[in-house]
Design a protein around this ligand. Structure first.
Ligand code: UD1
Length: 370
């Protein structure tokens, strides 16, 4: 049974914004505020992420006004999760009759809300449009390709993403707006604490460390590869702090793996603590798109445990190096060592100048004729 706050059916709005995972809550913190300066907005949290560390903590740290509606979709198979978002989003869109629906990124929440909107003839704005990993089997790649194909306004985070869209000739209007993740980082990085003040910080003050996050289905679905990755991290000559996503935590529990060397595993960190770790790390090891870009902006080298990335500009400029999961045992130690020693000078403006939320708002107003 849908347990949402009852919508006010008399209140038609300009825009309904849907988000529901950790990185989307981070971006919504700026986007919803910017849209509200010029348009009436209903903000909807699908509840795809529901743990306090992936949801409530972000609202607190980023001082985000709570969403107007919570759909409480939670976990499930991709089909179940997407279907629940479609059905519950459709109820909201039917009640509020927004002039457009705004979705962010490539998650099942993004796809579900966009599908609900187009089925109800409501135009869609896709924020973070035009990214491609080139892996057609990846859930996020499928989601973003479909959403790009059905959106009326495509807000690309980079010139490359805009060019990719142009080459695919979608029916929507393409605008290069920059990446809201930079807006959020610029607004909040001065509030990031010192790492030693993080509860349970395992290393001595000033000791070099590696910050690690791993959560992608492509890695967690392969228990043998995940074990190899963990053992390799545990054998590195520098301390590694890994903030463990609930998905990864569940798989590690069934692996019966206990670190005995360099690796220290912790619960997911808040946004500000994550920024502090990325800022101060000797290098970052991750499969997260958000962490790749935050390392790029903060000037910390990054090693991405994937065979490909959507954020190719970070690789081209030397800030980021890919190590495919199957090559971790042979390549990760030397790649991490090179990364720690690497020059930290690269151009940091591939994803706009930190004013993406305003650019997206302006593009949406123009497109709506508002
Ligand atoms: C999702 C996105 C991914 C994004 C990531 C950010 C899709 C297809 N993937 O992946 O693009 O990078 O969010 O974190 O939408 N779980 C909890 N508590 C939670 C949320 C999840 O325990 O609050 C567990 C559940 O067992 C769940 C699993 O994590 O089944 C996976 O969660 P899900 O939301 O399906 O995908 P993510 O791996 O988080």
């Amino acid at each position: 049974m849908l347990s949402v706050q009852q919508p006010d059916t008399n209140k038609d709005v300009d825009v309904a914004v849907f988000y529901g995972t950790r990185p989307q809550i981070v971006k919504a913190s700026r986007l919803v505020a910017a849209l509200r300066t010029r348009l009436s907005v209903v903000a909807v949290d699908t509840g795809q992420h529901y743990d306090y560390q992936l949801n409530g903590l972000l609202y607190e740290q980023l001082t985000v006004r709570p969403a107007d509606l919570f759909l409480e979709v939670g976990s499930g198979t991709h089909a179940q999760q997407t279907a629940d978002v479609v059905v519950r989003s459709a109820d909201i869109i039917s009640s509020y009759k927004p002039r457009c629906v705004v979705v962010v990124g490539d998650t099942n929440s993004t796809l579900g809300a966009a599908l609900a909107a187009v089925k109800l003839r409501t135009p869609v704005v896709h924020v973070e449009a035009g990214l491609r990993s080139g892996d057609p089997l990846m859930a996020e790649e499928l989601n973003r390709r479909i959403v790009d194909a059905i959106s009326g306004l495509l807000c690309a985070p980079s010139s490359l993403a805009a060019a990719t869209l142009a080459s695919e000739s979608p029916s929507g209007t393409i605008v290069m707006t920059g990446d809201i993740a930079r807006d959020v980082l610029q607004a909040n990085c001065s509030r990031a604490p010192s790492v030693v003040s993080i509860a349970g910080w395992p290393f001595a003050q000033g000791a070099p460390f590696i910050f690690c996050t791993l959560h992608r289905a492509e890695l967690t679905a392969d228990m043998g590869t995940l074990r190899t990755v963990l053992e390799t991290l545990d054998n590195l000559p520098v301390g590694v702090i890994m903030a463990v996503h609930p998905r990864t935590r569940g798989v590690i529990a069934s692996l019966d793996f206990q670190p005995s060397g360099s690796l220290v595993m912790r619960d997911p960190l808040g946004y500000l603590e994550t920024v502090a770790c990325i800022r101060d790390a000797a290098t970052v090891v991750t499969d997260s798109g958000g962490v790749q870009r935050e390392a790029y902006w903060l000037g910390t080298p990054c090693v991405t445990v994937r065979g490909e990335t959507e954020w190719t500009e970070t690789v081209k400029c030397g800030a980021n190096t890919l190590v495919a999961p199957r090559a971790v045992a042979s390549d990760l130690p030397s790649t991490v060592a090179r990364s720690i020693e690497s020059e930290r000078e690269w151009d940091r403006d591939a994803y706009g100048d930190g004013h993406a939320a305003d650019a997206i708002t302006a593009a949406t107003c123009t497109w709506l004729g508002a």
